[in-house]
Design a protein around this ligand. Sequence first.
Ligand code: PMV
Length: 327
Amino acid sequence: MSRALAKANANVALAKYWGKRDERLNLPYTGSISVTLDGLETHASVRPLDSGGDRIILSGVEAEPREAARISRFLDLTRAAGRQHTGAEVEISSNFPVAAGIASSASTFAALAVAAAAAYELRLSEHELSILARRGSGSACRSLFAGFAEWFVGQAPDGSDSYAAQLATPEHWQLGVVVAVTDPRPKAVGSREGMAQAVSRSPLFSAWVDTHKADLDDIRDGVRERDLARIGHAAEHNCLKMHAVSLAAQPPLIYWRPATLAVIERVRQLREEGVDAYFTIDAGPQVKVICPIAQRAAVAETLGAVSGVQRVLLSAPGPAPQLLEAS
Ligand code: PMV
């Protein structure tokens, strides 16, 4: 056992995961496709201790008991696989707002899976690492891959066929991505609770599942063909359906802020002005916009000027996780 440090990038889903068919194993009702985001990174280090429980430090401070328990449960999976019992000191930090709908859980659990596997000396394939990361946070299974990734829905009750794989490399398509941050504070309702509400309390959930495959097919083909209009229209449609499911739940779940809608309107206006830009929104108020890389700076400047937008982050298809240290 040794200390290991890894980094992984966040991702944004173009065809989304929204609803678990198995809450314990994080098994989805639908497949999903994402772009790994360059520059939006989480570092995670795991140092096994000689005795005692886990000590979890998030962004430099001791984690709240609930967060600490979630990370300890995740480490337990690695420890069980490696027949290890000792606790660990874990430090996690991200260079972007966490728990605010920019998929910090994806980069966190992807980085943690890589670091924990190295620290507890588990030799896992990419595919096994993807399954491990999925147990921490579903979307994390996609952050194991550079560029574009697809998470297969799978059918097996044990989740052995529900993992992600690379769909296209970053070199295949340097798409521009702009993140418009409208509220950097942690969101009130996390994705676990949001999904549970969508599955059991929204009359639109079955329609979401039934119509999902068409969006997935469009986005997969659009990525392969580098067809921005095709993935853009399908991603907007998919995102609006996901939010419609939660808006229609009882009680309703509204992730948007006024500035979220203002950015949506500005993006639609940009298209009328001839700029190929399309929006998507995860479980939070931030808006992610895809556009040609040559227009990314201009799109960022336009969105940065929308009332209520606090900052903009520039991104593009990014790298796979990296093990930075293993001593
Ligand atoms: O991986 P989780 O449990 O944080 O869920 C992520 C859910 C969405 O970001 C809204 C969609 C997705 O596919 O990433």
